[in-house]
Design a protein around this ligand. Structure first.
Ligand code: UDX
Ligand code: ADP
Length: 479
């Protein structure tokens, strides 16, 4: 018998919960979906009439929200009432790396997951399927199950005891392509013990995902597969970035090397683009989780193996700042540098773990004056990420005065203003709009000798080589 699900609650209206529930609502008009979050500002943004004000930018999301919101998709802060109504609850809250205590710097902080599990235990009615959607350390499902059971032990007088099944259903969406990833997933992974619960969740995905693409595993394999998937992808990026450094020293070209190896069907062509270093909320966190888990089981060599992927990424980001400084005669103090892109990749407003953070901090530390441009990231976010005191953020720019304030930054929406009198431009995010820059015009505005550093190898090299701008490209070096 398959349990029929009519009401779903998703706890956490972030980068995972929001788009995932929007697509489920779109594909399953017969299911009522309530997305809840304790962050009122975020919920208001999800409910905003102006769809450009949604809390996350994701191509195609606004259209789906237009179709579903107010019909079978609702956003609210009323966590308890929506838990009560639901037959299925997705936990999609954030799981940041622990900053203090045991496992600090590596293990995930499960406090938000734990709060959710306690809320579910307290308010759920009847039989409820609880699904972990956030990326979680292996064996978190056990923690959730224990909390759900312990609540009943602590409250023996509850008359109608709720019952629970816990499943793992990790999300593989990548930001910027989330809607397509959700609508056409390579696979959907469901880990669990109870076949009825697994069938009930599979039934939802059958509305748009072919049966053979829905994989069932035990719960620990599902949790570990998610971490492993991200670790493998991150490892590919670190591998190609390591090769980029060799290319720059030897005269090889990393794009040519990537193409040559990527045509080997055993290797494949994706995730071989050398860049400024991987960012995003998952790669580093998930690898550090693997490292923590391995050390916990005494597998130190395994832990060391994965840790190097993160170490290489850090080294690579700082390597880029050093290359910039070296080419600007070893000195960037009071020099204006234009930063193109702050998001960790194109087509998202997310800056979590963005390579831009380390690179900008390094340059500010060296005394540079950064004019930062990004089509979607807001200046308030950059301010938080750079974590500098107010005086380092230039406000109400007076261009004549600006060069007296070394080691500072400001946000500049207009690219031509951002490059005016700049000594260098550093492209950090591969936004499409940067490929359309008029380099002849830019050249006229910059102070000579002027440099362009393309850390994504995505700018129009031919156009730039028709100017007097000096060009450095990742994995190629100086052209
Ligand atoms: C990743 C996983 O892809 C996704 O399956 C998981 O659910 C969440 O983590 P995301 O972090 O959104 O998704 O972005 P992804 O496209 O994987 O890129 C991660 C980082 O690697 C970005 O900084 C990106 O610029 C970088 N990258 C990616 C490269 O530098 N080169 C590449 O070839 C690919
Ligand atoms: P992710 O990328 O994993 O989706 P986000 O940080 O974008 O992470 O979103 C997680 C969301 O979960 C945040 O909006 C946060 O307010 C919400 N959240 C965290 N704890 C709780 C909780 N106990 N109840 C409801 N929402 C929560």
């Amino acid at each position: 018998m398959v349990l029929e699900i009519k009401n779903i609650c998703c706890i956490g209206a972030g980068y995972v919960g929001g788009p995932t529930m929007a697509v489920i609502a779109d594909k399953c008009p017969h299911i009522q979906i309530n997305v809840v979050d304790t962050n009122q500002e975020r919920i208001e943004a999800w409910n905003s009439d102006d769809l450009t004000k949604l809390p996350i930018f994701e191509p195609g999301l606004d259209e789906i929200i237009r179709r579903t919101r107010g019909n079978n998709l609702n956003f609210s802060c009323d966590v308890e009432a929506n838990i009560k109504k639901a037959e299925m609850i997705f936990i999609s809250v954030n799981t940041p790396t622990k900053e203090k205590g045991v496992g600090a710097g590596q293990a995930s902080n499960l406090k938000f997951v734990e709060v959710c599990a306690r809320k579910v235990a307290q308010h759920a009615v009847g039989h409820t399927i609880v699904i972990e959607k956030s990326t979680l350390p292996v064996r978190t499902a056990e923690v959730i199950q224990n909390i759900l059971e312990a609540y009943q032990e602590n409250n023996p007088d509850i008359k109608e005891k709720p019952t629970f099944d816990v499943l793992s259903n990790p999300e593989f969406l990548a930001e910027g392509t989330a809607i397509n990833d959700l609508e056409n997933p390579d696979r959907v992974l469901i880990g669990g013990q109870n076949q009825n619960a697994i069938n009930a969740l599979s039934e939802i995905y059958f509305n748009w995902v072919p049966k053979e693409q829905i994989l069932h595993t035990n719960i620990w394999s599902s949790e570990l597969a998610k971490l492993t998937s991200n670790a493998f992808l991150a490892q590919r990026v670190s591998s190609i970035n390591a090769i980029a450094a060799i290319c720059e020293s030897t005269g090889a070209n990393v794009r040519e090397v990537a193409r040559a190896i990527g045509t080997d069907s055993r290797i494949g062509s994706r995730f071989l683009d050398s860049g400024p270093g991987f960012g995003g909320s998952c790669f580093k966190k998930d690898i550090l989780n693997l490292v923590y888990l391995s050390r916990h089981f005494g597998l130190n060599e395994v832990a060391d193996f994965w840790e190097v992927v993160v170490d290489l990424n850090n080294w690579h980001q700082h390597r880029i700042s050093r290359i910039v400084v070296k080419n600007l005669f070893g000195n960037v103090t009071s020099k204006k540098i234009c930063i193109l892109g702050f998001a960790f990749k194109a087509n998202t407003n997310d800056t979590r773990e963005s390579a831009a953070i380390n690179i900008c901090k390094d340059l500010i530390e060296e005394g540079a004056i950064l004019f930062i441009n990004d089509p979607k990231v807001i200046p308030e976010q950059i301010s938080k990420d750079l974590g500098l005191n107010e005086s380092k953020e230039l406000k109400n720019i007076e261009y004549e005065k600006i060069f007296s304030v070394s080691g500072s930054w400001c946000f500049e929406r207009n690219i031509l203003k951002a490059v005016e009198n700049a000594d260098a431009i550093i492209l950090l995010t591969e936004w499409d709009k940067y490929t359309k820059i008029d380099w002849k015009l830019v050249e006229k505005k910059m102070r000579k000798p002027a440099w362009v550093f393309d850390t994504r190898s995505s700018l129009d090299k031919k156009e730039i080589s028709n100017t007097n701008l000096n060009l450095w490209v990742i994995g190629e070096g100086t052209n």
